[in-house]
Design a binder for this molecule. Structure first.
Ligand code: NDP
Ligand code: TDO
Length: 287
């Protein structure tokens, strides 16, 4: 099986390439090699590599940036997905589209399962939901995978921000009344590779088990990293940012366990992530 990954230079794209099962050839392309806003570039990439499967990870993931530049967000997240889905149709390739918990408004009291009604409250969430709708309309052989609070050893993510700020600030003030599922990119990548073994097309919530506020997540990160910087809980109203994340951004899954796909608790995954980065070589110039 030949798999083309858009957003191949991002956290999830890299994890998918690193963890591809034996026998699967992976072509992972970043925005320079395949800009999804350019339909000719997408078509050329698909014609050149002739994939059986496309995993569409590329997105504008700067959530506040999407509020600042909505036009760009619609171009990358919605129109870009339209180009990728059209190319998948033409090539007869199956398609995995990666979506987000930010498609929900967070007003529910319970975690959101796959059949809950989306109602995004940010430009990022709106543009990602539009991507989902395009995929559903254009192509039946799709998997829509919603995930949340993604992190990897490298890249722009909350864990790396907290580890950096813990060394720079005397105290961290972190939002304690917004919730989600911190999800390790490596665990998500393995779950996606398991999912595509089945022709069970549809929508899946794939997140590490359990839920956490940003505050819970920061405390556990610092505890596991052995950092003693105090962490103070604050309400979201005391943290200024352009986008409003859902209060309850917690995902639950009905569909994935039915295929035997479950992910470990988020605390275990975070521990694994921090252990793994301790074993990675220091990047040059950090000594
Ligand atoms: N990060 C998170 O917390 C979550 C992410 N998601 C979704 O998961 C997916 C993967 O996210 P993640 O790995 O964290 O993303 P990253 O921010 O780590 O990487 C984004 C990727 O998208 C690529 N990209 C951006 N613009 C374009 C473009 N115009 N054309 C082609 N590629 C482009 C980037 O390429 P380059 O570097 O070359 O510019 C990069 O490879 C996304 O669809 C995101 O919406 C869902 C829930 C949570
Ligand atoms: C730096 C900092 C952050 N925070 C909290 C509040 C703030 O809303 C949140 C911001 O972290 P992030 O920038 O990682 O948040 P954000 O970019 O909103 O993260 C989202 O990214 C997109 C792509 C998704 O799909 C979502 O699932 C989610 O992971 O962290 C604090 O409370 N104190 C701090 O000092």
């Amino acid at each position: 099986m030949r798999t083309l990954i858009t957003g191949g230079t991002g956290q999830l794209g890299r994890a998918l390439a690193r963890l591809a099962p034996a026998g699967i050839q992976v072509i992972a392309l970043g925005s320079h090699a395949c800009d999804v806003t350019d339909p000719a570039a997408v078509r050329a990439a698909v014609e050149t590599h002739r994939p059986d499967l496309i995993v569409h990870c590329a997105a504008m993931t700067d959530v506040d940036g999407c509020e600042r530049d909505p036009r760009r967000a619609w171009q990358v997240n919605a129109l870009g997905t339209q180009h990728v889905a059209a190319a998948a149709v033409e090539a007869g390739a199956r398609l995995v589209y990666i979506s987000t918990n930010y498609v929900f408004d967070g007003e529910a009291e319970e975690p959101y399962h796959e059949f809950a009604r989306p109602n995004p409250i940010s430009i990022y969430g709106q543009t990602k939901l539009a991507g989902e709708e395009i995929v559903r309309a254009l192509f039946p052989r799709h998997y829509i995978v919603r995930t949340a609070m993604l992190y990897d050893e490298t890249g722009r993510n909350f864990v790396n921000t907290m580890l950096r700020l813990a060394c720079e600030r005397p105290v961290l003030r972190v939002v304690a009344d917004q919730f989600g599922n911190p999800t390790y990119a490596a665990d998500l990548a393995e779950a996606i590779w398991r999912l595509v073994r089945y022709p069970a097309y549809g929508t899946y919530h794939l997140v590490n088990d359990g839920q956490a506020s940003w505050f819970d997540w920061a405390c556990e990160t610092l505890r596991l990293a052995g950092l003693s910087t105090p962490v103070e809980p604050i309400p979201a109203s005391a943290y200024t940012r352009l986008a409003r994340p859902p209060r309850n951004g917690v995902l639950a899954s009905l569909a994935a366990p039915a295929l035997g796909i479950t992910l470990r608790p988020w605390q275990d995954a975070l521990k694994r992530n921090l252990d793994r980065r301790a074993r990675l070589p220091e990047p040059p110039g950090t000594a």
